[in-house]
Design a protein around this ligand. Sequence first.
Ligand code: ADP
Length: 482
Amino acid sequence: MTTLHVLAVASEAYPLVKTGGLADVVGALPAALAAHDVQVRTLLPGYPAVLAAIGAAPVVHAYADCFGGAASLRFARVGDLDLAVLDAPHLYARGGGPYADANGRAFGDNALRFAALARAAADLGRGVVGPAAPDIVHAHDWQAALAPAYLHYDGGVRPGTVMTVHNLAFQGRFPGVTLDRLHLPRQAWAIDGVEYHGAIGYLKAGLALADRITTVSPTYAAEIRTPEGGMGLDGLLRHRAQDVRGILNGIDDAVWNPATDPRIPSRFRATQRAGRARNRVALRARMGLAPRVDAPLFGVVSRFSWQKGLDLVLEALPALLRGGGQLAILGSGEAPLEAAFAAAAHAHAGEVAVHLGYDEDLAHLMQAGADAILVPSRFEPCGLTQLCALRYGALPVVARVGGLADTVIDANHAALAAGVATGFQFAPVTLAEFTRTLDRVLALWADRPRWRRMQARAMASDVGWQHAAASYAGLYRELVRR
Ligand code: ADP
């Protein structure tokens, strides 16, 4: 097998910059692909945190004018990642997050910030800057989605292109007048180009022009081809159905390993779970929950957004408390949800606790100490929280959508009898079904030996990257043979 060279392009990569699951995927896939003789270099924007991590990395190319200012491409190795970093101070050297300022307002020049990233990807992809051209350019989400477009319109020999959708809700739409500033030819303004309902659609362009499209679970790959799940892009995705694949995400099983995890007070494994009980005690103490050892402890680790269905958790709270449960919440996001959870914690002190913010250590403790993790998403491309929960023996309670449907085996009678259940699913995503499912969870909790058997089964779930890496490697080789 010859070594395959891939340029991955993304706006986030764990551990350098992360706002969600995208970062986890981009950060973990290169190491998993190495086992398949695929070498990945990952192109990232030069955010302050990324530049700090690469130090005085060598410049491989200097741009005199990169969308309004001087910039350079610098190569570095950080941990498992071979990086190419677009160091463009006029675009990325600023406070706030990757996409918005400290007040959550999207940066006004995001169209240019991510056009520049894609342009650099295309230049590296064609080998006109930097070392020899890669075999494949793999664009992740809308921030990278103009890369297949630039490669397409540049003409000439180009690498194969893959467009991965981590969440179709984020599409990168900008006013049509932006086109003049993107250095794309006029013919790109077309229904099979970047034009999207009178505007410019970055993700739309990537979906139209990449050789292959992947998304992060088989069920989501089917859902996005329907009017209900397609968010306006289902027609295009149906048109390209032959080229769409669903490849299930994994989690980094070195970072998420309860037997070695340095972030939790007590380590444990499926066959030896005494440490888990200690983490449960620690989690209650950390969150200020009453030490009711027999109460089932429910956890939430999530962005607070409509997608995640957390309003259902608030509505189901009376039922959860009546059933004797306690609830610990970690997350941040939409202000009304933050306020509502804070109010619930205040009203039910000792039984409901919330930590507003982003906290990796606490996220690990939640997985290591909660009895069940709630993921009532309205849609979920893959979802990583439930994978972490499986690995740590916190039984996931999930909506039967997207990747949640593909990764959790519901504790129905048949699955329980066969000893294969790993969690709970509910559908449709309504309060009535969610509450009914919480009742099922509480009933199973009452049968502690059975709960523990299910916990051991959940912890044995295969949630690593091996399958996904083999699928991506196969897809890349298919494109190279074309
Ligand atoms: P999404 O990418 O839509 O936010 P995923 O489930 O795919 O959802 O990935 C979320 C990731 O972010 C998981 O690794 C989860 O543990 C983590 N996470 C979410 N919220 C927080 C938080 N407040 N603190 C720490 N980690 C969080």
